[in-house]
Design a protein around this ligand. Sequence first.
Ligand code: ZN
Ligand code: ZN
Length: 188
Amino acid sequence: MSRPDGKDNPDLQLHAAQLLREPIGTTRQDAFATRRLVLEPGHVVTDVHGDARFMRTNRGILANVTAGMKETLSCARCLVDVPVEVVCRFEEEFLPVIDVTTGSPVSFEDEPEAFRIDEHHVLDFAEALRQYALMVEPMAPLCRESCAGLCPRCGRNRNEQSCDCEQPTDPRWAALTALSEGTTKEVS
Ligand SMILES: [Zn+2]
Ligand SMILES: [Zn+2]
């Protein structure tokens, strides 16, 4: 199975020959971990880890995968780097390319989109994980809920520095401020 970076990742593979010879319903569970996974060109997640449960079905192997991963995104308001942890879960049936007992090709012509177990009986779930991880990407990550964002006028990060752009210009505010200052002085 080809991946965007063109490399096979043995951490995200199951050598399925044995499981394919087991009776339907037989399961296998594996923890997996890999340092990095390329989701798209220039889009990498790190510290990918999780559990994969594989079950022999009448046609192939059903993979049930839960994976956590880390990545760095930009805050949607102030653009600083935000470390994000993403969890994705999926269940997909992988269909063999060849029959493990007879060695003859198995065709699933009506399911060209199905994930396949290759001719060496390797079930590679990196591509499935890549696709599902992209679906759970946070759309508008924030460095914090109260992020003040960038000033639309001067571009300053208002979390770090205030600017004069947003000062109220309505003279009535100025009058109120003067009043409250006067009151404070009288009390003290
Ligand atoms: Zn922010
Ligand atoms: Zn400003």
